[in-house]
Design a protein around this ligand. Sequence first.
Ligand SMILES: Cc1cc2nc3c(=O)[nH]c(=O)nc-3n(C[C@H](O)[C@H](O)[C@H](O)COP(=O)(O)OP(=O)(O)OC[C@H]3O[C@@H](n4cnc5c(N)ncnc54)[C@H](O)[C@@H]3O)c2cc1C
Length: 450
Amino acid sequence: MPRTRAHDADLVILGAGCAGLALAARLAAGDSGLRVIAVDARTDYADDRSWCFWAGPDHELRSIVHREWSTWAYQAESGPAHAHGVDGMTYQYIRGTDFYARCRALIDASPTVELRLGVAAGSLRALDPAEGEGVVVSTTAGDLTARWVVDTRPRRTAALLFQCFSGVEIDHGGALDLAALGIEPGAVGLMTGMRADADGLGFVYVLPLSATTALVEWTRFSPAPLRASVVRAGRDAALASLGAPLGAPHVRVLREEGGVLPMGRVPSGAADATPSIPGVVVAGAAGGALRDASGYGFARIQAWARDCADGLARGEAPVGHPPEPFVRRQMDRIFLQALRAHLDRTADYFAAMARGVAPARLLRFLTDRARLSDLLAIIASLPLLPFLAQLPDRSRALATSSARRPDLVRALPRIRRAPAAAPSAVPSRHPAARPAAPEPTGDALEQVAW
Ligand SMILES: Cc1cc2nc3c(=O)[nH]c(=O)nc-3n(C[C@H](O)[C@H](O)[C@H](O)COP(=O)(O)OP(=O)(O)OC[C@H]3O[C@@H](n4cnc5c(N)ncnc54)[C@H](O)[C@@H]3O)c2cc1C
C-alpha cells in the first residue's frame, strides 16, 4: 500500500503499556525505518505493576530481571505445601519501572519512533478513499492518520472467571510468616493458603524479594469482578494473619498493585468492533494475550511484539496475537467451566494438580508448551465426572450469567478512559490515606488496574 501524504505515521500504537511499549521498543531497536507514533493517556509511568513469568537463563529481558526463584509452592489452607521446581527454569520478576525505562530508552534513541504521553485515543475510522488507504484516529491532541493501527487499549470483556487481586510490596522487617503458608526459604508462594467457597477461590501470592521485603497479594477467582475494596480487605486480612498487618510500626508499604484479569474471555461485539476497519489490529490483553487458564500474559505479549515487529520490518502488516491452538483452547475452557461449576471445590482441584502432576508437566501446561501426555496427566489428577460434564461449550451462557450476580458484580473504578483518569505518577505509600474506592456505577465487566 503506498504511503499517502495524509499519513502522519506508518503505524500508530494506541496504548503504550506492556504491549504497546514492547512493540514500539522493538521497532525502535530495529532498522525497519517505519515511522511510528505510540500514544498513551497516562502522563507518566509509575511503578504500577510487576510481571512474573517462567524462563530459562537467556532471554532479551535478562538484564532487567530483578529477582528469580527456582521453587514455587502451592498449598491449600491447612494442607501440605507442594514445592515445584524444574531444571533450567526459574520464576522471574521484572519491575514495571524497569520495563518501562528500558523501552523508553530504546524509543528515545530512535529517530523514527515517538512516544506521546497524555494523549488519549478515541474513535477510529477508515481514511476517506480519496485520500488513500489508512486509518484516522481521533485523539485528545487532534487526529492522527496512519497506514496501520495497533490498538492495545484495555476494554471490557465478558469472561468465565475474573482474577481479582490486590497486592502490596512491604518492608516487614523479617516478620512475615512464610512458614504459615508452607513457603520454604528461597521459594515463592504461587497459590498458597487456598480456600474456596460458593463464590470462588481465594489464595495468597507471595514473592519474597529479600529477607525483609515481599510482594504479598490476595487473589480471588470470581465469576464476576469484585469491588477493589473487597479484595483489599482480603489482602489486609492475609497480611495480618502472616504477622505483617498494615499500619503496624514494623510494616512499611513500598508500593501497591492490583487489577482484574479476565480468565476465559468471551469476546463481545464491543471488543470485536475495531478490527473490522482495514489496517487495525487489536493486541495486548484486549487482543487475547492473556492465557485463559492462568491470566499470565507478559511472556506471550513479548513473543507477539517480536513477531509483529519482525513482520513489519519485512514490509508486512501488523499481526494480532496468534489464535489459541484448538486443544489448548478447549482444555482451558473445560477447566474454567469446571471451576465455575464447582467453585467451592476449586482449592481441591488446584491442590490435586499440584500434588499429582509432575512439576515439569504442569509448567509446560502453564507456559503453552504442553504435550498430549502432559494434558493426560493433568486430566488424570482431577476428578473425572465434573470435568466430563463440561465438555459441551457453555462459556457464553456462563459469562452472561455473571451479570446476574448482583451480589458479586460490582463496578470497578473507571480509569484510563481519558487523560484526567491517568494513574498518578506517585504511588500512595499510605493506603489508609487513599481515597475510598469509587461507588459502583453499574459498569461491571471491565479489565482495569485499580
Ligand atoms: C497489576 C498487574 C500485575 C500483573 N502481573 C502479571 C504477571 O506477573 N505476569 C503476567 O504474565 N501477567 C501479569 N499481568 C497481566 C498482563 O501481563 C498485564 O495486564 C499487561 O500489562 C497487559 O498489557 P497491555 O499492554 O495489554 O495492557 P496495559 O499494560 O494495561 O497497557 C494499556 C495501556 O493503554 C493505555 N490507555 C488506556 N486507554 C487509553 C486511551 N484511550 N488512549 C491511549 N492510551 C490508553 C493505558 O494507559 C495503558 O498504558 C498483570 C496485570 C496487572 C494489572
